[in-house]
Design a protein around this ligand. Structure first.
Ligand code: 5GP
Ligand code: ZN
Length: 114
């Protein structure tokens, strides 16, 4: 596609297959894969196939597609309780500077608070 990609970006490399990942759903505008350091089993990430660091850097149609992919993952996996999380900026806990939506299932029998 004509999407902007950055040669030095970790997640752009995952989109291109230059770094391996456990792929879930791929569309024309989005790519999703399991998080390498899951907060819960089944924790995945959905990324637009457009290199933007923060939410406001990415065209609407890519964000729309990525959120729909997040929904498809939740439906396909049968998640009842889950969080969609998207961090912007280092102070807001963003580590990888390519927009990503976390899809984090919340197990029913959890000892954690919340
Ligand atoms: P952030 O804190 O930026 O919102 O989240 C970045 C997420 O990317 C973290 O949950 C981290 O485990 C995940 N991550 C970082 N590097 C890789 C990688 O190379 N492969 C995969 N699958 N996940 C990664
Ligand atoms: Zn990127």
């Amino acid at each position: 596609t004509s999407s902007a990609r950055l040669a030095t970006c970790l997640f752009c490399k995952i989109i291109k297959g230059e770094i391996p990942s456990f792929k879930l759903i791929e569309t024309e505008k989005s790519f999703s894969f399991l998080d390498i350091n899951p907060l819960a089993p089944g924790h995945s990430l959905v990324i637009p196939k457009w290199h933007g660091e923060k939410l406001h850097d990415v065209p609407d149609e890519y964000l729309e597609d990525s959120l729909i992919v997040a929904k498809k993952i939740a439906v396909a996996a049968g998640f009842e309780n889950y969080n969609i999380l998207q961090n912007n900026g280092r102070i807001a806990h963003q580590i990888v500077p390519h927009v990503h939506f976390h899809v984090i299932p919340k197990p029913e029998e959890s000892d954690e608070n919340g």
